[in-house]
Structures are given as structure tokens and as C-alpha cells.
Design a protein around this ligand. Structure first.
Ligand SMILES: Cc1cc2nc3c(=O)[nH]c(=O)nc-3n(C[C@H](O)[C@H](O)[C@H](O)COP(=O)(O)OP(=O)(O)OC[C@H]3O[C@@H](n4cnc5c(N)ncnc54)[C@H](O)[C@@H]3O)c2cc1C
Length: 376
């Protein structure tokens, strides 16, 4: 192995987490390198739908040491977030090697980490920060007949905008934030929208009483209350803003918000879709039982056909696949449960935690913890 491939600190992934960690290392004048499989920073945001903006307020969603420009709106749209990330990497003169996909990581006997790319390039480092993201590949439910539907059937990652949906019957599957936003946009562009909802969901309005719900959640988090009290106040907040949605077919989970977050389930941020559901403009349908070539069969045995189906059913991470050994540090969903593990010195995971104050807020906090650990 070539000695020039040794770096004290190596970061895999130039998404928001990788960039945050890099800025913290730059700030402390520590050497590092970033390896990124795509050809740009924050690549995963590029792939999402055109109208996407952050659901979290810009006040608490900037990366370390670099605030969002003042003229950016409260909820930063995707194109401005991409611009911000590019400027961020430039500001700290980040050494990023693009087009380098890592597919194997292992610890050597001297405790250094060996990282091998798809094209067999090897890198060695003392500290390895894995920031490859929680949302790498689209999750599709395992439904009988999925591949046989004769009309367009896509995952939300392939959805770009509501073009050509005017007057069309569209089924959106799921009730997470993406499902909520896509259903709203489709309706505004003349589609007849139905939503198939299987799971119960905590819901927050994007804004309530003129304030961002995200800012309220940050405030609640900063109170540092026992989790039962945090859950109680978030439940009161939901009850007094969103109210009961069970009567329109969207149940509230038995689990509290903090238990849901631990399981990796974030609350839905509603942009106006719930109001359309309450007004019976958007229909709620049960879970899908089976897909036939020409129609969809629901759990209540009703069958219906749609011009288009969009599965807004979330994403999966592939991080555990990078490790041939050490499988015990990953949970059943393949996510690392902790930022670092005593048995594997020098290995850190950033961006895999769901946080009451938002994932990016968590990335900020966790990158500071990792830095403290590295500094010793
Ligand atoms: C639609 C959507 C909207 C969201 N909105 C918000 C929001 O408003 N506020 C908020 O706090 N959070 C939000 N999140 C959650 C989260 O903050 C974002 O997903 C954020 O992009 C996470 O950053 P990341 O760096 O952890 O992951 P990613 O942005 O996915 O970055 C990971 C990077 O690693 C690279 N990579 C992956 N595998 C490899 C490999 N093997 N080798 C080399 N490179 C690799 C990828 O190409 C990518 O560039 C949102 C998530 C989604 C899906």
C-alpha cells in the first residue's frame, strides 16, 4: 500500500454530515480527506423532487461555523441548500475526492482503518468518520403484483414535479413528510389525489400560530427535560395544533414521539394536506393488499384503478454493507446505534440518528461530540 494514502482523519461521504465533520476538523486545523462517490457535495438532495425545501427552520439547520445567508427564506429550498453546501466546501477549502465509492472497510492489526474503493484504491487512516447517510436507497414494500401494474408506478425519489398530472387519478402511498408534500403539490396542479395509509403517524404542522413547529421542538429539546415530559409537551402541542386525525383515517401511534424517533420514524410535517383530507378533497384509503395489472386491491377488499402510483415509503441505509465483519454494531435495520463503539477505536458514525430537533441539528451536535473524542 502506498504511504501517501495515509490520512490522519478520513471522512466517507460529502453529504451534510460529512461536510459538518470536515468543517469542525478544518476549524481545529486538523488534516483530513473526504471520499465521495458522486461528483458533487450534498448529492442526495439533488435527486429529490424540484419543489423540496427543508422542513426544519434555517435558524437551527445550518452546518457548523457558517450560517445561512440572511436573504434565504425560513425554509431553505433545495437549490439554495445545494448552493450553500457548495459555498461551505469552498469556504473551508475541503479536500474532496469525488467519484470514489467505498465498498470495504476493516480495522488492521495496528488499529488503523483500511478503506477500499470500488476501483480497488486503498486508503489508511487513524480516525474514520462514516457519513454515508440514512437515506441511500428507496424502500419499496413487498406487495404481491408490484411489478405487474400497467400504469406508471414509481418511488418518490423518481417523482420530480406534478407535470402531466392535471385531471389524473393519482395514488400516493404513505403519510410521511414526502407523501404529504407530494400529495399537496399534485392536488394544487389539478390531480385527483388519494393516499393509502398503513401506519399511524405523529403529525406536526410546518407552522402553527405563526411559528415554526421545528423551532418549538428545538426549544423543547433545549429545555433538557426527562423524555416522558418532552413527550407529554409534544403530545399537548400536537393536540392543540393538529388535533385528532384518527377520524379521517390517520391514527396517532401508541408510541411516544421519542420512542418513534429511536425506531427511526420521524413525525410527518404537514404542509396543508391534512386540511384537504378533512375537507374530503384528498381521500384516505387503507393499506394495499395486492396489485393487479389493471387495479389496486385494498385491505378492505375494494378495487380501484389509478393513472399513476407514487410510493412515498421512505429510504434505507446501506452502511452495514461496507463492513464484512463487525455486524454486531448494526441494528436490524442496518443502522449503527451509537456514534462510536469502545471495541473499535477511531471509528465514528455521523448522520444516522433521528433527533427531536431535526436530523441536521443532530448532525451538528454529534459532529461536536466526535471532534471532542478525536481531540481526546
Ligand atoms: C426528502 C428529505 C428531506 C429532508 N429534509 C430535512 C430537513 O428539512 N431538515 C433536517 O434536519 N433533515 C432533513 N432530512 C434528513 C437529513 O438531514 C438529510 O437526509 C441529510 O441529507 C442527511 O445528510 P447525510 O450527510 O447524513 O446523508 P446524505 O445527504 O445522504 O449524504 C451521504 C453522502 O455519502 C455519499 N456516499 C454514500 N455511500 C458512499 C460510499 N460507499 N462511498 C462514498 N460516498 C458515499 C453519498 O453520495 C452522499 O453524498 C431530509 C431527508 C429527506 C430524504
Amino acid at each position: 500500500m502506498k504511504a501517501e494514502n495515509f490520512t490522519e482523519n478520513l471522512i466517507i461521504g460529502a453529504g451534510l454530515a460529512g461536510l459538518a465533520m470536515a468543517a469542525r476538523l478544518s476549524w481545529h486545523k486538523m488534516p483530513y480527506q473526504i471520499l465521495e462517490k458522486s461528483d458533487q457535495v450534498a448529492h442526495s438532495w439533488e435527486k429529490h423532487y424540484d419543489s423540496l425545501s427543508m422542513q426544519t427552520s434555517k435558524l437551527y439547520s445550518a452546518l457548523p461555523h457558517f450560517a445561512f445567508p440572511l436573504h434565504y427564506p425560513k425554509y431553505v429550498p433545495k437549490n439554495l441548500l445545494l448552493e450553500y453546501c457548495k459555498n461551505y466546501a469552498k469556504e473551508f477549502a475541503m479536500p474532496i475526492v469525488f467519484g470514489t465509492e467505498i465498498n470495504n472497510i476493516k480495522q488492521l492489526t495496528d488499529k488503523n482503518w483500511q478503506v477500499v474503493s470500488k476501483n480497488k484504491q486503498e486508503y489508511l487512516c487513524k480516525n474514520l468518520i462514516v457519513a454515508t447517510g440514512n437515506c441511500q436507497i428507496p424502500s419499496m414494500p413487498d406487495i404481491e403484483g408490484l411489478k405487474k401494474y400497467r400504469q406508471p408506478l414509481i418511488h418518490s425519489q423518481e417523482y420530480k414535479n406534478a407535470e402531466n398530472c392535471d385531471g389524473k387519478k393519482v395514488l400516493v402511498v404513505g403519510f410521511g413528510t414526502s407523501a404529504n408534500e407530494i400529495a399537496y403539490e399534485l392536488h394544487k396542479n389539478g390531480a385527483f389525489v388519494s393516499m393509502s395509509v398503513q401506519n399511524s403517524q405523529h403529525i406536526l404542522y410546518k407552522d402553527s400560530f405563526g411559528f415554526s413547529s421545528h423551532e418549538y421542538m428545538v426549544w423543547l429539546y433545549k429545555m433538557n427535560l426527562p423524555s416522558a415530559m418532552t413527550d407529554y409537551f409534544s403530545m399537548l402541542y400536537q393536540r392543540n395544533t393538529v388535533g385528532d386525525a384518527a377520524n379521517v383515517g390517520i391514527n396517532s401511534p401508541n408510541d411516544s414521539l421519542s420512542v418513534q424517533l429511536k425506531k427511526g420514524i420521524e413525525p410527518t410535517v404537514d404542509v396543508g394536506t391534512l386540511d384537504l383530507i378533512r375537507k374530503k378533497i384528498i381521500r384516505i384509503l387503507p393499506a394495499i393488499k395486492k396489485i393487479h395489472p389493471k387495479d389496486i386491491e385494498f385491505e378492505n377488499k375494494n378495487k380501484e384503478s389509478f393513472d399513476k402510483i407514487i410510493f412515498a415509503t421512505g429510504y434505507q441505509t446501506l452502511v452495514s454493507k461496507l463492513f464484512l465483519q463487525m455486524k454486531e454494531i448494526f441494528n436490524e435495520k442496518g443502522r449503527p446505534e451509537k456514534l462510536f463503539f469502545n471495541d473499535y477505536q477511531g471509528l465514528y458514525f455521523l448522520g444516522f440518528r433521528h433527533h427531536l430537533a431535526g436530523t441536521i441539528y443532530g448532525i451538528n451536535e454529534d459532529s461536536a461530540k466526535i471532534l471532542r473524542q478525536i481531540l481526546g
